[in-house]
Design a protein around this ligand. Structure first.
Ligand code: SF4
Length: 344
C-alpha cells in the first residue's frame, strides 16, 4: 500500500482472523452455509452507493452502483479482480469467495436519489462485479435497488452472467414501462468444456440465452455481450458463428463481441491459470499480449465480421432489434473488461 493509494477498506492486524475496517465500516462477517457454502460475506455499511466515474475514463457510463465486491462466478479472466486488492484482499481465491456486501445499499440509494444534487442520470450496474452473483440469492440487494430506481423513474442498465435476473422479471417489466432499462447477458462461448473451465460459478450459456429470450419476450430489451472471446479456447470461426446465430435466434436486442484483453494483475493471474489448466496455450497468449493488454486491432475486426455475418440483414435490423457487432471496454467485467474508476 502506498501513501497515494486511497484505501476504503484495509486489513487490520496480522492474526489468523483478519478483520476489515474502514470509514465505510465492517459491521459483520458471515460464513456461508447450505447453498452458500464456501463463501464468506463481509457486511459493510457503505457511506455512499452511487459512484461517479472520472470524466477522463473511457467507460461508457458516468454513474455506477455496485452492492457487492468480489464475485463467486469466479471467471478466470475477470478484470474486476484487482479491485479486491484495492480493499486489501487477494485477487485470486479471495475475490471468488470473500464477498463484500454493502448491506445498506438500498437505503443509501433511496437517500441519494432524493437529494437535490441528483440529476436523474443513467445508472449502470454490473460494472465492477455481477449484481446477480450467488450472494444476491441471499441478500436481494439488486432487487431492492431496481425497486428504488423504478420508483424514481431513474434510467438504468444491468450487465450479468446470471439467470437469477429472471427472479426479478416482474420488477424489470414494470421498470421498463416507467423508464429506460437496458439489460445485457454476457455469454462468451457455447462450448461447455470452455465454460466449465473458465467461468465455473456461472449458469450454463444456453440457459443465459434462454433468459435473453424471456426478457425480450416480456418487453425488457436485452442484448448479448459475446465476451470475452478467449484465444485458443473460444475464438475458432465456427465457435463464434454458432454463438452469433444463437444470439440472433434468442432475439437479442443487440449483439456485441469483445475479444479478451489482459491488464496488469489479471494478466499474471490468467497466465498462472493457463499454466495449471492449459499449458499448451501459454505461448499463444504470451505472443498475443506481447505488446500490452490488448490484442491486435485485426482480431477485433475479424470477430466483428464473423458476428455481423450471422446477424439479421440491415433491413431486418431496422424493423426490430438493434444489432451491433463492435466491441469496447465500456461495459464492465462481465464483458471481460474493467476500467479505472468503476470502484463503487
Ligand atoms: S466477469 Fe463478471 S461474472 Fe465473471 S467473475 Fe467477473 S464480475 Fe463475476
Amino acid at each position: 500500500m502506498t501513501a497515494s493509494t486511497k484505501l476504503r477498506w484495509a486489513l487490520a492486524g496480522a492474526d489468523d482472523n483478519p478483520r476489515l475496517f474502514d470509514v465505510d465500516g465492517l459491521v459483520d462477517r458471515h460464513v456461508g452455509t447450505g447453498a452458500f457454502a464456501g463463501l464468506e460475506f463481509l457486511h459493510v455499511n457503505a457511506r455512499t452507493i452511487i459512484n461517479e466515474v472520472p470524466q477522463a475514463s473511457r467507460l461508457g457510463f458516468r454513474f455506477t452502483v455496485n452492492a457487492y465486491r468480489g464475485c463467486s462466478h469466479a471467471c478466470a479472466y475477470c478484470f474486476a479482480r484487482p479491485s479486491h486488492a484495492y480493499l486489501g484482499l487477494g485477487i485470486a481465491e479471495d475475490f471468488d469467495r470473500r464477498i463484500v456486501v454493502k448491506v445498506n445499499a438500498v437505503e443509501c440509494l433511496r437517500s441519494e436519489l432524493r437529494s437535490r444534487r441528483w440529476q436523474g442520470d443513467h445508472i449502470a450496474m454490473g460494472t465492477n462485479t455481477d449484481p446477480y452473483q450467488r450472494a444476491e440469492g441471499r441478500y436481494h440487494l439488486t432487487r431492492g435497488i431496481i425497486e428504488v430506481l423504478s420508483q424514481h423513474r431513474n434510467p438504468f442498465s444491468i450487465v450479468t452472467k446470471s439467470t437469477l435476473v429472471l427472479r426479478d422479471l416482474d420488477l424489470l417489466v414494470e421498470a421498463a414501462k416507467r423508464t429506460e432499462v437496458r439489460l445485457h447477458l454476457s455469454v462468451g462461448t457455447l462450448d461447455r468444456s470452455v465454460w466449465r473451465l473458465t467461468e465455473p460459478g456461472t449458469p450454463p450459456p444456453d440457459k443465459r440465452l434462454a433468459a435473453v429470450r424471456r426478457l425480450n419476450d416480456a418487453g425488457v430489451p436485452c442484448g448479448v455481450l459475446i465476451a470475452p472471446i478467449l484465444p485458443g479456447l473460444s475464438d475458432a470461426d465456427a465457435q463464434v458463428r454458432e454463438l452469433a446465430e444463437a444470439c440472433a435466434a434468442a432475439g437479442a436486442a443487440s449483439v456485441t463481441v469483445v475479444p479478451l484483453h489482459l491488464r496488469a494483475g489479471v494478466r499474471e493471474h490468467f497466465l498462472a491459470f493457463l499454466r495449471r489448466e492449459r499449458p499448451d496455450l501459454v505461448a499463444l497468449y504470451e505472443e498475443r499480449f506481447a505488446r500490452g493488454a490488448y490484442q491486435p486491432a485485426s482480431e477485433q475486426r475479424r470477430l466483428s465480421a464473423l458476428v455481423a455475418a450471422r446477424l439479421p440483414s440491415p433491413a431486418a435490423r431496422r424493423r426490430a432489434p438493434v444489432q451491433r457487432a463492435g466491441g469496447d471496454e465500456r461495459t464492465g467485467p462481465c464483458a471481460g473488461a474493467h476500467g479505472p474508476g468503476a470502484r463503487s
